[in-house]
Design a binder for this molecule. Structure first.
Ligand SMILES: [Zn+2]
Length: 392
């Protein structure tokens, strides 16, 4: 159980706890009234705390007709933003020593990048309450009242899935640098083969010291489709597949009857996907977590400060970037002395042929050579699925 050091919220404003009703509201005043003994609290408050933690996944209760998005709170007023961030920030403060991370963030919009737009941002905090922020209606009321700070803070470790384009959009269209992501797409490749999957992982042949071995492939990052295949329980896939379908530009932008239902559903399923995948992994080893964190940070910084976007395969691809296991704080490789003319990153000269070194305009790193060859194929899922185990 996560060691939340939760001080009760200053006030339990009804509107925000309405759907998940996980908060203790203001009952805590009823017991002992001596202030000062902060974290010990009264027995009664303790109980409340436990209840809160147990209830945190409530948003995943079966969808009912009456309330199709349980635990989701639409935020489309300035006051709402202020109130929501009071609650969200509450979970950010003690995170430094925490072994678990429970702030999940997803972004919805059309062609998200410097050439598209954001429509909605969903944030799920520790109690399982999801705030759905209306970017289009709120604009600066959103950025100025907590969202910018929330996305800028580098240490609050927002759990996301590949937000390279989001960072490009925020830097170039909204003027601030988004940081502090914990990217499940990167974490997956670094843990690949170590956690339970629902289908055999793709293998590839690797030669080391003259011996050819079959190893779990780590050349490619998994697309969302592949993540479903490997990490989402078959019984849960059906609903979540919804996020694979594209919501069109008009629907993302429309606010005729408030936020379109399709958009809400999309965001909801996306959050569900993040939480499902995140629960596959174990966190808590400080060094390892740091490595994941740094890699996530670097991966998501790939586009935002480029002068020109090309959206070609040298930019947008599923290859695992070479820095993923580096911790030197840059997307350039350690000992990098030569720049690749395709991906523009500095690489050690061993990445290039002698001919390339002689004429630097020819320099193409091995990842980019692979991309240029046009015949690279992601290995297929294969082999026997892992031994059947009934999920409890
Ligand atoms: Zn390259």
């Amino acid at each position: 159980m996560p060691p939340h050091t939760i001080d009760s919220p200053t006030s339990g404003t009804g509107t925000f706890t309405a759907s998940a009703s996980a908060g203790p509201k203001s009952t805590f005043g009823a017991g002992s009234s001596k202030t000062g003994a902060k974290s010990k609290g009264s027995g009664r408050r303790r109980k409340n705390k436990e209840k809160q933690v147990e209830k945190k996944w409530e948003i995943f209760e079966p969808i009912t007709k009456k309330d199709p998005y349980p635990g989701m709170v639409v935020v489309d007023t300035k006051e709402g933003v202020v109130e929501a961030f009071k609650k969200i920030n509450h979970y950010l403060k003690p995170r430094v020593k925490q072994a678990t991370r429970e702030i999940f963030v997803s972004f919805g919009g059309h062609n998200i990048s410097r050439d598209g737009f954001l429509s909605l941002i969903a944030v799920t905090e520790g109690n399982g309450i999801t705030y759905l922020f209306d970017v289009i209606n709120l604009e600066n009321d959103l950025w100025d009242n907590g969202m910018r700070e929330f996305l800028e803070i580098p240490y609050n470790e927002k759990v996301v899935f590949d937000t390279r384009e989001v960072k490009d959009c925020l830097t170039n269209n909204h003027g601030f640098i988004y940081k502090g992501m914990f990217d499940l797409r990167i974490i997956e490749v670094m843990q690949r083969g170590k956690v339970k999957t629902y289908m055999g992982l793709p293998h590839e042949k690797m030669e080391k010291g003259g011996i050819v071995k079959t190893v779990v492939s780590k050349t490619f990052l998994f697309t969302m489709d592949e993540m479903f295949t490997y990490y989402v329980k078959p019984s849960e896939r059906e609903n979540m597949k919804y996020i694979m379908e594209t919501v069109d530009e008009k629907t993302w932008r429309s606010r005729k009857n408030g936020i379109e239902k399709n958009c809400k559903r999309w965001m909801f399923e996306y959050q569900k996907f993040l939480i499902t995948v995140w629960r596959c992994y174990k966190f808590g080893d400080l060094l390892q977590d740091k490595l994941w964190w740094v890699s996530s940070e670097l991966y998501n910084a790939l586009y935002h400060d480029k002068d020109v976007r090309r959206y070609d395969k040298f930019e947008v691809n599923n290859l695992v970037p070479k820095f993923v296991l580096c911790v030197n704080g840059t997307t350039d490789q350690p000992l990098g002395g030569v720049r690749c003319t395709k991906c523009f990153r500095m690489m050690p000269s061993s990445e290039f042929t002698d001919a390339m070194i002689r004429d630097r305009t020819l320099c193409v790193c091995t990842n980019c050579v692979l991309l240029a060859s046009d015949n690279f194929k992601a290995p297929k899922a294969g082999g026997k699925p892992p031994k059947k185990e009934e999920e409890g």
